[in-house]
Design a protein around this ligand. Structure first.
Ligand code: B12
Ligand code: SF4
Ligand code: SF4
Length: 227
């Protein structure tokens, strides 16, 4: 077993990303084969959290060229180049439909739990991880070892994310009511939620990884355009 080359982790960090986890795909895992029908021995989940990606994105050419989906285009450009230089094949969460099952892959890595908000919460980063690419390789890496750490939601007492939503869009029984959330956000551009989902902000895990208001507003805009 090897660790991914320092070059890989350094290049990811320079672009605002890091390896959140990984696993060695088995026959039951929904992971596609690589080009030429080769079976991957490792899937590394690349993502971001907190404020590290935002300044890089806002100073990228994609952010100011007035075309759509700057985050997806920045991600694809930087991570395709990094994958190519390090002998990985990259898959992206925004390519679809059909979409690749990134949340299933994250759960296979370990460390995550299903939150009432639809996003997965991580034992250290809370509900603040974005998944940006899966890197496939025929090599086996230490980082592609499933973690046996569990996510925080099952044992979270009181689940404060649920009560923090001002329009009751979250419940244990029904999960996340997307139309209710969308209608609240569409009602006013000044809703506090535009500066960051209040439910996510109420999670006690990973508070230091919150997005700043401009970053949260950018993601809310993308969410509203997806519906
Ligand atoms: C379509 C989509 C949506 C749709 C519908 C989701 C749905 N019903 O499936 C809508 C527009 C509602 C949505 C909303 C959001 N989404 Co979204 N979404 C996706 C996308 C592009 C595809 C989902 C899919 O169909 N996957 C294919 C199936 C086969 O894969 P899967 O792993 O089995 O999918 C699981 C999810 O679909 C999940 N699911 C079901 N319903 C919902 C609802 C929500 C809100 C989420 C997040 C997940 C979810 O259950 C499936 C079974 O495990 C994924 C990226 C991806 N490739 O997965 C992001 C993704 C799931 N979304 C994500 C996020 C962060 C959000 C938002 C919080 C965006 C934001 N503002 O930042 C919002 C929530 C709104 C809010 N107020 O905060 C993240 C979740 C990260 C995490 N830590 O879990 C993802 C992985 C994108 C990413 N690049 O990181 N999303
Ligand atoms: S507040 Fe609790 S239930 Fe909600 S996302 Fe955080 S850990 Fe999970
Ligand atoms: S964005 Fe606002 S309305 Fe939507 S789930 Fe979060 S707290 Fe509720």
């Amino acid at each position: 077993m090897e660790n991914p080359a320092a070059d890989l982790t350094d290049s990811l960090a320079a672009a605002g990303f890091f390896v959140l986890g990984g696993f060695s795909p088995g026959p039951g895992d929904p992971v596609p084969v690589m080009t030429g029908g080769r079976h991957p021995k490792s899937l590394l989940l690349v993502g971001n959290t907190g404020p590290t990606l935002w300044p890089r994105l806002t100073s990228s050419p994609e952010f100011s060229d007035n075309r759509s989906a700057p985050l997806d285009r920045y991600t694809k450009r930087t991570l395709s180049a990094i994958a190519g230089a390090n002998d990985f094949e990259a898959l992206f969460p925004f390519e679809g439909p059909p979409f690749h099952p990134f949340q299933q892959w994250a759960q296979a890595c370990g460390g995550f739990s299903q939150s009432p908000m639809g996003v997965l919460a991580h034992h250290h980063y809370g509900p603040w991880t974005g998944f940006r690419a899966a890197l496939l390789s025929e090599q086996t890496f230490d980082l592609a070892t499933r973690s046996d750490v569990v996510g925080p939601c099952e044992t979270c007492s009181g689940k404060p994310c649920i009560a923090a939503c001002p329009v009751g869009a979250l419940s244990i029984e029904n999960g996340y009511d997307v139309p209710k959330c969308r209608d609240h956000l569409a009602g006013t551009e000044n809703a506090t939620c535009w500066s960051g989902c209040l439910a996510r902000r109420a999670c006690p895990i990973g508070e230091e990884h919150h997005q700043e208001p401009a970053n949260a507003r950018f993601h809310m805009g993308s969410f509203m355009r997806l519906l």
